[in-house]
Design a protein around this ligand. Sequence first.
Ligand code: KIV
Ligand code: ZN
Length: 515
Amino acid sequence: MKKKIIIFDTTLRDGEQALQASLNSNKKIQIALALERMGVDVIEAGFPISSPGEFKSIESISKLLKTSKICSLARCLKKDIDTAAQAMKHAAESRIHLFLGTSNLHISSKLKKSFNEITDMAVSSVIRARKYTNDVEFSCEDAGRTSLHNLYKIIEAVIDAGATTINIPDTVGYTTPTQFKKIIQNIFDHVKNIHKVIVSVHCHNDLGMAVGNSISAVEAGARQIEGTMNGLGERAGNAALEEVIMALYVHQNVLKKYTNINYKEIYKTSKIVSQFCNMPISINKAIVGKNAFLHSSGVHQDGVLKNRKNYEIINPIKIGLNNCKLNLTSRSGRSAVEHRMQEMGYHKNDYNLNELYIDFLKLADKKGQIFDYDLEALAFFKKQQNTEEYFKLEYFDVQSKLSGLSVASIILICGSQTNIQKATTSNGPVDAIYQALNKATLYPIILKKFHLVANGEGKDALGKVDIVVQYKLRNFHGVGLATDIIEASAQAMVNVLNYIWKSNQVNKELEKLNK
Ligand code: KIV
Ligand code: ZN
């Protein structure tokens, strides 16, 4: 029989406390609701004593949650416990989470007390918290560096006092999976009343072992895992819940465990957390990174097209990711190109695959990544691909003032014509030049992404501008590179305008063919 693992999310508490700027109440509510949709069992919504704003957010969240239990953090202090209870008084179900340092280091240099005093504080706090709720979690902060003897003593005492969950945090991410598993096993073997409670783990990622340690703890009998979406949290972060959840899922038959998670919500929830917290996800991040389900080498792409399982241990649809694509580069094989053309709706007879593949490799060598519109241009409009660009920026002049208007003047060569335009805006120099280019081309475009990074170091660095523009429901990518970031921005847009022009020409040719 499989046993349930309780998923405890602390994105809004441990995750939030590590952000550069705290989240406003509205964002916290939206994250909490997304976590609830994802099926998280317990949501630690914050540390209510820390500020009136934090208190209010927890109060609002506690009124909204229906299926997830809300939890608030409290030190072993009367005012913390009473405030936590107050903040959650409207909740359908609530948990108070008490924590106290138990390692010799924390006791002597942080709390400046004896171990017996610490134990008394923990016991009286659990008794106080139990007056408000039947669900009290006690965390032995820095358990990863606490002597086993002290761990057994304090855990036994707080269970007798009424704690219902005992959490074992590896607060500084110090242990290895084997060491951490041993700690959990020892607790089960030596604490005589341990069977009365749920044993939980809370692992930090300082050595990159938070997820591994959490799964090891499950093998030793832990029944709750604490973590955060995208692994946010103090320093190197907490165990990434999406990774923990999918590890439990992939190995369910060995671990004999299940969760209540609605897997289809994982990707969306991760995105919401990343956007609201202003914390980008690295592209190779497990489960939710942009490349997590992207196949680049020709051998891999061919293998995936024959059977996804050749190179995927999880079907991306499981986590709510539908548009999983092959990354088309010079490493891609003929079958990947053919597959993409098919996905775009083209039949084999519409184009010559052999010729297309040769041209594709040449262009990929120059350009790096190949997008849909490149393929179309190569397949149906090869002549234009080799000729000069249609739009060329001959001249620009941009003037910009602090708190004033920006003015851009341009000369754009459009085929054989010269187009002179001027635009004025209060949105800065890049917008001014984009508006002028827009006046010259009149394409109904929407700028969806503008990303500026420094290529190189110091003042000689080149500005690299990467944009995504939507035109008639299709996305076009453009890149510009120059020491002047306005010039790089303009180049990126001119790049896009040329792709749009080519794509329009392709469509015209196809229309002619279909007549
Ligand atoms: O890392 C830690 O020890 C904590 C506790 C408050 C559980 O975050
Ligand atoms: Zn923590």
